[in-house]
Design a binder for this molecule. Structure first.
Ligand SMILES: CC(C)(COP(=O)(O)OP(=O)(O)OC[C@H]1O[C@@H](n2cnc3c(N)ncnc32)[C@H](O)[C@@H]1OP(=O)(O)O)[C@@H](O)C(=O)NCCC(=O)NCCS
Length: 191
């Protein structure tokens, strides 16, 4: 991971091999993010769920993240030529325990399954451990979300629990899988 300016098209953010994690920019990222959080294909297994997000709600979300909040870090995911393809974050950061939870989605379907999610999660994990100095990341994922579970396990996340029928989602109570990654188990994904 490097934060140095190597690409004149984009030039900011934490860069991996395929993506850069860049600060939120309402003028560039809000319309896409609003579309994606209202796309049932994207939200199917997201914990934010299927509640309809109005444009005003999305604006308020972006505005709320325009202030420094050390407990919540949000990035837009861009390709190395500056195309916005998703969002990711490190949430509920507990600096005393050195722990946080994470989330990530790739919006356009044509960018899923091509290693962008894996690269974004790798850069995010470097940021969490090396920049924030955390020691542990944990996450709760729907058991049906094979892409996410595979992605996380490739990084070294280990399953530590399951909760049966945790959430009602799309016509059924669904199980969740709980996974944890410690700094020692992190296996950066180089493609
Ligand atoms: C989950 C998500 C972030 C993964 O990112 P991605 O760019 O699509 O995945 P990658 O191409 O990096 O692939 C990572 C691994 O998952 C596997 N994978 C990708 N899509 C898959 C699918 N639909 N089913 C099963 N495995 C899948 C890949 O094959 C790869 O494993 P491999 O190297 O053994 O082949 C992305 O698909 C997404 O945004 N989904 C919708 C939102 C979501 O569910 N977010 C996670 C919430 S916890």
């Amino acid at each position: 991971m490097t934060g140095r300016c190597q690409n004149r098209v984009m030039g900011i953010g934490w860069r991996g091999q395929r993506v850069a994690l860049v600060p939120l920019d309402k003028s560039k990222h809000m319309d896409n993010a609003w579309r994606w959080v209202n796309d049932p294909e994207v939200t199917q297994w997201l914990l934010i769920g299927d509640y309809p997000t109005t444009r005003a709600m999305e604006e308020a979300w972006f505005d709320a993240h325009d202030a420094v909040n050390p407990k919540e870090i949000h990035f837009a995911i861009e390709t190395l030529v500056g195309l916005h393809i998703g969002q990711c974050g490190i949430h509920s950061i507990d600096y005393v325990s050195g722990a946080a939870t994470t989330g990530l989605f790739i919006g356009p379907p044509e960018y899923r399954g091509k290693g962008f999610g894996r690269d974004a999660a790798t850069v995010r994990t470097h940021y969490a451990f090396e920049v924030l100095g955390l020691r542990m990341l944990y996450v709760e994922v729907f058991a049906e979300n094979e892409a996410s579970i595979r992605n996380l396990k490739q990084l070294g996340y280990e399953e530590y629990g399951r909760c049966p029928a945790r959430y009602w989602r799309r016509g059924a109570y669904r199980d969740t899988v709980e996974l944890v990654l410690t700094r020692e188990k992190f296996s950066p994904q180089v493609q």
